[in-house]
Design a protein around this ligand. Structure first.
Ligand code: IPM
Ligand code: MN
Length: 375
């Protein structure tokens, strides 16, 4: 069966990295049992400049017919910040109810991390960021605007069901992640108690007691349903310390939208930067969207110097989500091998061009598939 993929390559280096992701997906399709069809959609900054449109309501509706969306990057130097973010990216996330933003934080071998004394054995966790609530709902307003009495309010809004579905996803994700073998970070005593993984709630309950009181209550309620998942709690400010000092202590972190936005930028740096960090905006029952976290990187646009690994990672996450596990694993294996050969993850310092890297990954997908099949 063919899965329908909407491709929104977007602005800046978006099209360059998406081209390489598709190169790899196309190679994988030749060797594994799945098929994709692509519809390329120009919901981007250039269209906004010529037609004045961001994402129209009927376009959002049409996207509901796809099986997944692959997105490059949205943002344009000539457009006021916020217009495309709210008009396209956040409209997609909210309109398609992609209530989870899944951000794996994995330091691959040979990738440099700015954290001294940490290596690829230490950094391998996943942030489950709530993706449609909190401060991002835009609930608020301002009054007496432009005077010295101006008040501005933007509220962190959460309903019980919003928190529940996010935390439930996170618990289920821990179970899935360790269905084969328990998490390495568990102590002997934890294993003896029957735990197979850990879920850390990242909040700020010492100050924002209403919102995080709710999150804490939901975690404790659901933990009864998931006795194999150890739970713990860390304030977001302390989390920023621990992500640097002891990243090996984390398995799956669940957090609200804005905190998740902030800590995953920090996390991305620890895993080698924007060139490698990928994410999935997930609606488990609807249309999910996969994107590199990196942004449009205007300084590198059109130079064939940007790192396509994050986009290739997004493609790999998309296949995993669509249920093509074998192909997804093949892409990850190829990706890991190519990363071992790269000089750096930073744009223009990789030792290879953008298109070289896409070709190297897709050649390895091909070669590894031949070896597997002839065995
Ligand atoms: C991200 C980005 C977006 C966000 C912006 C571009 C709206 O920073 O995907 O993390 O804040 O979620
Ligand atoms: Mn962000």
């Amino acid at each position: 069966m063919t899965k329908k993929i909407a491709v929104i390559a977007g602005d800046g280096t978006g099209p360059e990295v998406i081209r390489e992701a598709i190169k790899v997906l196309d190679e994988a399709q030749k060797h594994y049992n799945f098929a994709l069809s692509y519809s390329h959609l120009n919901y981007d900054g250039d269209r906004y400049l010529t037609e004045g449109k961001t994402l129209e309501d009927h376009e959002l509706d049409q996207l509901k017919q796809f099986d997944a969306i692959l997105l490059g990057a949205i943002g344009h130097p000539d457009i006021k910040p916020g217009v495309l973010e709210r008009g396209i990216l956040l409209k997609l996330r909210f309109g398609l109810d992609q209530y989870i933003n899944l951000r794996p934080v994995k330091l691959y071998e040979n990738v440099e991390t700015p954290i001294k004394h940490k290596n690829h054995h230490d950094i391998d966790y996943v942030v489950v960021r709530e993706n449609t609530g909190g401060l991002y709902t835009g609930v608020g307003g301002s009054s007496m605007t432009g005077t010295s009495q101006e008040v501005a309010i933007q509220s962190m809004v959460y309903s019980y069901s919003q928190v529940e579905r996010c935390v439930r996803f996170a618990f289920e994700y821990v179970m899935k992640r360790h269905s084969d073998s328990p998490w390495r970070g568990l102590s002997h005593a934890d294993r003896q108690s029957g735990f197979i993984g850990k879920l850390t709630l990242c909040g700020k309950s010492n100050v924002l007691q209403h919102v995080f009181g709710l999150w804490e209550r939901v975690v404790s309620e659901l933990s009864v349903e998931f006795p194999q998942v150890k739970t713990d709690y860390v304030h977001v400010d302390a989390m920023c310390i621990y992500m640097i000092e002891c990243p090996e202590k984390y398995d799956v972190i669940v957090t609200e939208n804005m905190f998740g936005d902030i800590i995953t930028d920090l996390a991305a740096v620890t895993q080698g930067g924007m060139g490698v960090a990928a994410s999935g905006n997930i609606n488990p029952l609807g249309v999910s969207m996969f994107e590199p976290i990196g942004g449009t990187a205007p300084a590198f646009t059109g130079r064939n110097e940007i790192n396509p690994m994050a986009a290739i990672g997004a493609a790999h996450m998309m296949l995993e989500h669509l249920g093509f596990q074998e192909a997804a694993r093949a892409i990850e294996t190829a990706k890991i091998a190519v990363i071992l050969k790269m000089k750096s993850m930073a744009a223009a310092q990789m030792g290879y061009s953008t298109s070289d890297i896409g070709t190297m990954v897709s050649n390895l997908v091909r070669d590894n598939a031949r070896v597997t099949q002839s065995n």
